[in-house]
Design a protein around this ligand. Structure first.
Ligand SMILES: Cc1cc2nc3c(=O)[nH]c(=O)nc-3n(C[C@H](O)[C@H](O)[C@H](O)COP(=O)(O)O)c2cc1C
Ligand SMILES: Nc1ncnc2c1ncn2[C@@H]1O[C@H](COP(=O)(O)OP(=O)(O)OP(=O)(O)O)[C@@H](O)[C@H]1O
Ligand SMILES: [Mg+2]
Length: 512
C-alpha cells in the first residue's frame, strides 16, 4: 500500500508517530463499527485529503489484520469502501469542487452529495442509512475542535453519531509533511497561498505568504506548505476569526495588524499575581507595583491588583472576573519547569477551553531547555486550545502567551519584567499597549481631617467626572495628601482650584 510504504520509508520520526496514532484511531473505529455504519466527511480541503489517504491505508491494514491478503484490495480494484459525504454549497471555490470530484473518481470514492445545511443533511443521512460514526479532518486549533476528543459524540441538538477525529492532534506542519511525503495530489489553491479554505465569501490567500514584488501586476503568494507558523493558517479567513482581536493584513510589513476594540481614551488593566509565598509573606511582590508604574506612565488605569493562591481554580476564578472588566489582564507567577503550570491552566479554565500541546512553543522550550524538554509530554508546552497567540520578540528567549485579553508574563524579577515590558511596547504591530497620553497629576497637602475632606472631595467627583480622586496619609498624625488625576491639563487644574476653594475654610494646605 503506497501510503503506508511512503511513511515507512520516511525518516521523519514525528510524522511516523502521528501516522501510527491516526491509523490506530481508524482501526479502533473499524473494529467498533461495521463498514456500513461509518461515513467519511470529505470536502477536498487539505485536512480531509490527508484523512482520505489515512482511511485508505487504515482500511488496507485493517483488512490485512483480518487475514485478507493484499488488504482485500487487489490491483485494479479501486472501490473505496467507506460511504463518503460531501456538502456542496453554491459558495464553494470551483477549484475545491472540481478537486473533490476528481479525487473521488481517482480513488474509487462514491460521493453522496448533500446540498442542504450540515444538520439537516446529517439528519436525512441518518434516517436513510444507519450511520453510527463519521470520520472528520478536524484538528486542534480549528474553532470547531474545541472540547473534542478523537472520539466525540455529536453535540446536543445534532443527530446522534460519533465524530471520529483521527488527525485531531496533527499540526499544520504535520499535514504538509504527510501530503508532501506521500506525494499525493492536493487542491491547487494551496499552491496559490491559501492555507485554510472556507467559502469564496470568507477566504483569501494568506497575507503572510505574499511575495513582495512592486513590478508584478498581480500579487503573488508562496505555497501553503511554506507558512512557518501553523497557528496563522486561518489568517486568510479574516472575517471568521473567533478572537476578540480582529486581524487584518498590514500591507506595509506583510504581517498582521491586530486592532483592539476602542473603549475611549482610558484603558484599564488588572494585575493578578499567583503565589502562595506572597500570601504567606515569605516573598514580596515587586512586579505588581512596577507594572502599575509602567502602565500609569503610558496613561493606563490599573483597576486592581489581586494575589491568588497557586491553584488552577483560584487563578481561573480571578481571571474570569477580571477579563470582562479590563482591557488587559496581566498575570504572573506560578510558573516553573518542574511542575504543571497552574497559571496557564487557570487561564484556560477561565475561558472554558482545555490545554493542548503547542508545537511552536514546544520548540522554543526545547531550544531553551535542550534534552530536559520531553516533547508533547512537557506540560509547559501545553497552552489554552484555540485562543493562544504567541507574542514573539527578538529580545525574548520564549514568546509571551496571550489568550484574548490576558497576557501571561514569565518575569520573576523587576529586570526581567523591564525586558518583557519593553518587548510588549515594541510590538507596535499588535498595538497592544497603545499609549493613550500620560496622566496629568496634581497633589494637595492639607491638615484637615478625613471627615472634613470627604464631602468637598465627593462634590469634586460629581462636578468633574473625568477626574480620578485619591487620598493617603504617611502617618495618622501627618498631613492628608489628596491626588487629582486626569488626561486634560486644564480640567485637572480647574478641579484643583475648585477643591482648594472648598477646603479654604479649613487649615492650611499646600500644592505638592
Ligand atoms: C459530518 C459533520 C458533523 C458535524 N457535527 C457537528 C456537531 O456535532 N456539532 C457541531 O456543533 N457542529 C458539527 N458540525 C459542524 C462543524 O462543526 C462546523 O460548523 C462546520 O464544519 C463548518 O465549519 P466552517 O464554519 O469552518 O466552514 C459537523 C459538520 C460535519 C461536516
Ligand atoms: N462541506 C463539507 N463537506 C464535507 N465535509 C466537510 C465540509 N466542510 C468541512 N467538512 C469536514 O470538516 C473537516 C474540517 O474542515 P476544515 O475546513 O477545518 O478542514 P479542511 O477543509 O479539510 O482543510 P482546510 O483547513 O485547509 O480548509 C474537514 O476535513 C471535513 O472532514
Ligand atoms: Mg476547509
Amino acid at each position: 500500500m503506497e501510503i503506508d510504504r511512503a511513511i515507512r520509508d520516511s525518516d521523519d520520526r514525528r510524522l511516523k508517530t502521528k501516522y501510527k496514532n491516526a491509523i490506530y484511531v481508524i482501526q479502533r473505529a473499524l473494529a467498533l463499527y461495521s463498514i456500513e455504519e461509518v461515513a467519511f466527511s470529505f470536502n477536498g480541503g487539505k485536512d480531509s485529503t490527508v484523512l482520505l489517504h489515512l482511511l485508505r491505508a487504515g482500511y488496507f491494514l485493517h483488512q490485512a489484520e483480518l487475514g485478507h491478503s493484499n488488504g482485500g484490495l487487489s490491483d485494479g480494484e479501486f472501490t473505496f469502501p467507506i460511504r463518503t459525504i460531501y456538502f456542496e454549497t453554491p459558495s464553494v471555490f470551483p477549484e475545491i469542487n472540481s478537486f473533490t470530484y476528481e479525487t473521488a473518481a481517482s480513488y474509487g470514492v462514491q460521493l453522496d452529495i448533500i446540498r442542504v445545511d450540515f444538520k439537516s443533511g446529517l439528519e436525512a443521512l441518518l434516517k436513510a442509512k444507519p450511520t453510527r460514526a463519521i470520520f472528520l479532518g478536524v484538528r486542534i486549533g480549528d474553532p470547531t475542535a474545541v472540547g473534542q476528543e478523537q472520539f466525540s459524540p455529536s453535540s446536543p441538538g445534532w443527530p446522534p453519531f460519533m465524530r471520529v477525529n483521527p488527525i485531531l492532534d496533527w499540526s499544520y506542519r504535520d499535514v504538509w509533511a504527510f501530503l508532501l511525503t506521500c506525494k499525493v495530489q492536493y487542491c491547487g489553491l494551496y499552491d496559490q497561498g491559501y492555507t485554510s479554505i472556507g467559502s469564496i465569501n470568507d477566504t483569501v490567500p494568506n497575507a503572510l505568504l505574499c511575495i513582495k514584488d512592486s513590478a508584478a501586476e498581480k500579487q503573488k503568494f508562496k505555497p501553503a506548505y511554506m507558512l512557518s507558523d501553523g497557528r496563522l493558517e486561518r489568517a486568510g479567513r479574516a472575517r471568521k476569526l473567533s478572537s476578540v482581536v480582529a486581524c487584518e493584513p498590514a500591507a506595509s510589513n506583510g504581517g498582521l495588524k491586530c486592532v483592539e476594540p476602542d473603549r475611549g481614551s482610558i484603558h484599564t488593566a488588572s494585575i493578578v499575581a499567583v503565589g502562595d509565598e506572597i500570601l504567606s509573606g515569605t516573598i514580596e511582590d515587586q512586579l505588581g507595583p512596577s507594572l502599575c508604574r509602567k502602565l500609569h506612565s503610558i496613561g493606563w488605569l490599573v483597576s486592581q491588583i489581586a494575589t491568588v493562591r497557586s491553584e488552577v481554580d483560584s487563578v481561573s476564578e480571578e481571571v474570569e472576573r477580571r477579563k470582562s472588566m479590563s482591557d488587559l489582564v496581566f498575570i504572573y507567577g506560578g510558573v516553573g519547569p518542574l511542575h504543571s503550570d497552574v497559571t496557564v491552566g487557570g487561564v484556560a479554565k477561565a475561558f472554558g477551553v482545555r490545554l493542548a500541546p503547542d508545537e511552536e512553543y514546544e520548540e522554543y522550550l526545547r531550544n531553551l531547555f535542550g534534552d530536559k524538554c520531553t516533547g508533547n509530554r512537557n506540560e509547559m508546552a501545553q497552552l489554552p486550545e484555540g485562543i493562544t497567540e504567541l507574542l514573539e520578540h527578538e529580545k525574548l528567549p520564549v514568546p509571551l502567551i496571550k489568550c484574548h485579553n490576558v497576557i501571561v508574563l514569565t518575569a520573576t524579577n523587576v529586570d526581567e519584567l523591564d525586558q518583557q515590558w519593553d518587548a510588549l511596547i515594541d510590538l507596535r504591530s499588535t498595538n497592544l499597549l497603545a499609549s493613550t497620553g500620560p496622566f496629568v497629576t496634581k497633589h494637595l497637602s492639607t491638615s484637615l481631617s478625613d471627615l472634613e475632606v470627604a464631602q468637598p472631595l465627593s462634590k469634586i467627583s460629581i462636578e468633574f467626572p473625568d477626574i480620578y480622586t485619591g487620598c493617603y496619609r504617611k502617618s495618622r498624625a501627618g498631613p492628608l495628601i489628596i491626588t487629582l488625576e486626569g488626561k486634560d491639563q486644564e480640567t485637572v487644574e480647574a478641579a484643583m482650584e475648585a477643591l482648594s476653594m472648598k477646603l479654604s475654610c479649613g487649615a492650611k494646605q499646600t500644592s505638592v
